[in-house]
Design a protein. Structure first.
Length: 88
């Protein structure tokens, strides 16, 4: 699920609109996971590029990114509720 979808879900929940909105099952965008390294970088060599490609393929399949995303989603919701709470 793209980060924007989570951002929308959290915002809808914080505004009390979660039950009034429905997300499309197919995301509008699916950007994937990307990493950029300068061509001029001294560490930009075939071995490093191969290792990065391997790990960036393994990471989404491991489920660790989803778990981290869920943890941070809960933190973000808590922060939004604190910020948007009415002041006495």
């Amino acid at each position: 699920m793209p980060a924007r979808r989570y951002a929308g879900m959290v915002t809808a929940q914080a505004l009390g609109m979660a039950n009034d909105l429905k997300a499309y099952p197919q995301p509008v965008d699916q950007p994937g996971l990307f990493l950029a390294i300068s061509h001029n970088s001294a560490c930009n060599d075939p071995w490093l590029r191969g290792q990065l490609a391997k790990k960036m393929t393994e990471l989404p399949a491991s489920g660790l990114t989803e778990a981290a995303l869920q943890r941070n989603l809960e933190r973000w919701k808590a922060q939004l509720q604190t910020v948007s709470a009415p002041k006495p």
